[in-house]
Design a protein around this ligand. Sequence first.
Ligand code: SAM
Length: 348
Amino acid sequence: MPKLVSYVVVPLKKAQSVKEFLIKNNLLDHDSAFKKNEDSISFPVLRAVDVVKRKFPFVRVENGDLIVKSQRVKKGTLKEALAKQLSSRELMRLRRAYDVVGSIAILEVPPEFEQKAHLLASSILESHKNIKTVLCKAGAHAGEFRTQPMKFLAGVDTRETIHVESGTRIKLDVEKVYYSVRLGTERLRIAQEVKPGESVLVMFSGCGPYPLVLAKKSKAVRIVGIEMNPRAHEYGLENVKINKVKNVKLLQGDVIKVAHELQEKFDRVVMPLPKSAGDFLDSALFVAKKGAVIHLYDFLKEGEFEEAHKKIRQACKEHGVACKILRTVKCGQHAPRTFRVCVDFVVE
Ligand SMILES: C[S@@+](CC[C@H](N)C(=O)[O-])C[C@H]1O[C@@H](n2cnc3c(N)ncnc32)[C@H](O)[C@@H]1O
């Protein structure tokens, strides 16, 4: 006998508010799938729904056969790979996908899945031929190099790979070097801002993704990168060779020291160190030509972006220059309600 469940039937146009209400009040049955037709959607519910009818008088309640959710898992996702091994309730809780850096998949395993981490890893290896290694994050980005500890799960035990981003090949050790595939779109945005003939300084250049993408995707004449982590810098140098770019020069050391020793000024300065880029604004202003554009990254809560503008205005005032904020761009989510933000401003 098929199992019966109760469904709340809602006109399609009003479905979103009802769905949010069901989730908020723990009424949605995550084990069963929705049913949809041309003008209505039926949400499976766990228990008495009087409260739903009182709040939304237009809904209808009816009983129907349970449709198991795992039958409807999307192709090509981690969920697909796990559908056979986890219950549909467990699948619902596994919200985040994994990152793929070159041939390495990096999982973020929630505590309740730790026991099953190896199972997840083997599933990924089996279903994605381009992935040779599966690691999982074993801590947060930390220290001045912003590196992240990783734990080996399955496949070839290595941390080194080559990732292709915007037509560049980026070789790195994912544990010894900071690199985020999620910032690829943002790097392209900066490349599109660069005008022909510009000279660009990339502070905190890591293994070189910004300099390489700017070299490939803009008409900058000269790009200088500064990076303190010796391993990241070594990879950066190798990446310059691998990509055969001629207009990139990478320097190793602390931005504050190296920038002040540089005998040149730049049309554009990129500052991709959101945790503390504000501390380096004085160095950025020191190397910026009049009219230069500076891209300052920061982690900010929604509604508090003005904090970064204040920091910029204060630094410019102390440096004796005027500035104009051009735009503030959200370029990723860092934590709930906290975003990675880039403020573009011009030094006047
Ligand atoms: C968030 S990562 C960004 C790396 C790279 N730009 C990218 O997008 O992948 C910041 C980098 O800044 C480097 N760093 C931190 N403090 C520094 C300093 N004072 N001088 C030079 N590099 C620094 C770290 O080692 C790290 O590689």
